[in-house]
Design a protein around this ligand. Sequence first.
Ligand code: ACM
Length: 427
Amino acid sequence: MRLFPLLPLAVMLLSVAQGVIPAPQHISYNPAVQLPPPPQVEGAYSLRYDARDGQWRVNANDDAGRRHAALTAASLERENGGTPPAYVAVCDYPLYAWRGLHLDVSRHFFPPEVVREYIDRMAELKLNRLHLHLSDGPGWRIEIKKYPRLTSFAAWRKDLGVEDWDWPTIQIGPDYPKIEGGFYTQDEMRALVQYARGRGIVIVPEIDMPGHSYAAIAAYPEIGRADFPQQGLHGGDVMDVANPRSLQFAQDVLTELMQIFPAPTPLHLGGDEVDPRFATPEQQREWMQKLVDFCRAHGRDAIVWDEAAANGVQRQTTMVWHAAGTEKIFQSGSPLILCPCSHFYFDCRPTEDDPGTVPTVTTLQKVFEYPVPQGNILGIQANLWTEHITTRERLFHLAFPRAAALAERAWGSPNRPFADFLKDLKR
Ligand code: ACM
């Protein structure tokens, strides 16, 4: 571990860090107390300030650790009225390598400046993975040079108004009197990737396949089922997995994503909620396995939603969103990212009196008290689906401060009482 003064980074971060950060694993204000050294995990650090030498000192193995140390130092100064305490020592490390927040930019598109703000807020909380849901039935959001209609056509739709999610009436295309939508050019996305990387965050792209593909099929009908009209229904907008053209399409898209999202960024392939009338579980498994293997042949890890793992897809990381019935997946040995809809779906209303239209309430306390199960857990993540979110204000209202409670779970301190967290938050 390297020992060096921390001052310039801390000063830079002081100007941006306003949120409550996860409580350190160990903290002491008593110079006589010896803290344990941090374990050798990415992002771990130890930190000390002693007024007698007048400098923050940090031990960290990597940039992530130094960034985390600077955030903690800034927070300790803020708590102490803007100056460091006479003495403080910290030993801290994340529990999970994957500390994720998701953003659905398909149902409603959010421009790069909003994504940058989202990244800033995530970085303050020491979260490190932004999962961008870049395609779904209602819109395709990333420029793919080989398939220009994905963005000239399928990034736009007739403006239905926020509450009108009558799926069969969704009309894709730019030629309506009133349209909504948008997309990221490859250059814009590269800039976002760089911006996030500078803040310790990896942007993980998802192309949701073979279901949730209404927009893509509207642009390129040949990847859909000619014998089965696409209804734009949840679960019923499925690529034709028996047609080699749809596999080629998927591989072409992934090939371009690999140019935008540098190795070793994993690629999320979707795989959720596929109506078996459109593709049998066996067909889905075969098709998805080919894509997972394609990613691996190109040196990338692939991520799939838990339905694909339940179908028998192998050699991938699995994102578990179902809150029950996932025992088989836990036993499969696949690395797991847990984002159960019971605790980590931030489109759910945060309070009973919240005016949102999603009926389920998921309180800050519920997020905070998620009992992370034992298993091959790579990390945890909260998901923010945007069917009912049209404004930046609503987006941030739903994401924060619940993301701070998620960060607490990702950084450990499992014995911290909720009241203690709430006190910090209020301050
Ligand atoms: C999901 O909520 N369909 C992943």
